[in-house]
Design a protein around this ligand. Structure first.
Ligand code: PHE
Length: 341
């Protein structure tokens, strides 16, 4: 019996080794291990074996079955790999074809300008703060000293969500949020970049646009500090020859208030279409923080003073790159966007 098993093993190993296709291998498997296969038949005659020998023969036969199953599996894998190889060889894939390059994106022009503004102010010791885009009436208006009947509160200008909440119309509410958090410690020196929303839509206005707010609160902060900082900013942003001009203005949360112009970079102040022949371009609003705003936010206006400014990022980007239509920033035309690498 042992001899028969050994013979069967030798034969089966050879057959498996020589199989040239998966179908052939399947046939071999059935002919040895199947119900009527050689090994199965051999085991049926176990009854004729000496009872003492029977367990040994049985376990040898089982071991052989396991071994052959393993061999068949291994061979099957080999045959599969080989047939895949054949397939690939027939397909003749041309591995010398150059691959498709992964398209690498680049920063949006508004991101570039935003980054540049941030860098300039970080260099001056400012920290970057953020506030929510959905803002309460309190932070967007009330704490900023807008009287209840101020026209800027009108539903016409703002996207109200409920009577109490709206999409912020400017980044100035971050002034109050930051001061509330820091008071009474000094100094406060932050910029707050972010999206703002107004009901406006034409070539120079978008219902969503970006601002960068600035706020400094300390002892003895003066209007001269504000002017010097803004001049330095303008020169860093637009070149060392840049001039600025401050015109009296009004904001409920600053007193005194100013609109700040830069000398027209399109015509070097000679007068052109972009600056409406004035030689100046408005880029931001600014002023000394109103005492009532300081007080509401937790500072004593007798002890400290502050200045604030808010600039439009789109505005600055349009001037810097000579872009006539603001909507280009938001229509995602790659021919436009690819010019700002
Ligand atoms: N928040 C003002 C606006 O959106 C700009 C501003 C900011 C003015 C800070 C003064 C001080 O028009």
């Amino acid at each position: 019996m042992f001899r028969k098993l050994k013979e069967l093993e030798n034969e089966a190993c050879l057959k498996i080794k020589d199989a040239t296709s998966i179908d052939e291998l399947k046939e071999i498997k059935v002919s040895i291990l199947g119900k009527k296969g050689e090994l199965t038949t051999l085991l049926r005659s176990l009854g004729a074996v000496d009872p003492e020998e029977r367990p040994k023969v049985g376990s040898a036969a089982n071991a052989l079955r396991l071994e052959l199953e393993k061999l068949i599996l291994g061979k099957e894998q080999l045959l599969r790999d080989a047939s895949l190889g054949d397939k690939w060889a027939k397909e003749q894939i041309d591995i010398s074809l150059p691959g498709r390059p992964a398209a690498l994106g680049q920063k949006h022009p508004l991101t570039l300008v935003n980054d540049e503004i941030k860098e300039i102010f970080i260099g001056l010791g400012f920290q970057v703060a953020h506030g929510p885009e959905i803002e309460s009436d309190y932070y967007n208006y009330e704490a900023l000293n807008f009287p209840a009947d101020h026209p800027a509160r009108d539903m016409q200008d703002s996207f109200y969500i409920t009577t109490k909440y709206l999409l912020r119309t400017h980044t100035s509410p971050v002034q109050v949020r930051v001061m509330e958090k820091l008071a009474p410690s000094l100094p406060v020196r932050i910029i707050a970049p972010g999206k703002v929303f107004r009901r406006d839509d034409d070539a120079t206005h978008s219902p969503m646009f970006h601002q960068v707010e600035g706020l400094v609160v300390d002892q003895e902060v003066t209007f001269a500090d504000l002017k010097g900082t803004l001049l330095l900013f303008a020169r860093e942003m637009f070149g060392p020859e840049q001039k600025i001009r401050l015109r009296p203005s009004f904001f409920p949360f600053t007193e005194p208030s100013a609109e700040v112009d830069i000398s027209c970079i399109m015509c070097a102040s000679r007068g052109c279409r972009v600056c409406s022949n004035t030689g100046w371009l408005e880029i931001l609003g600014a002023g000394m923080v109103h005492p009532r705003v300081l007080e509401v936010a937790g500072y004593d206006p007798k002890q400290v003073t502050g200045y604030a400014f808010g600039m439009g990022v789109e505005r600055i980007a349009m001037l810097k790159y000579g872009i006539a239509d603001l909507r280009l920033f938001f229509t995602n035309d790659l021919r436009f966007l690819k010019q700002f690498a």
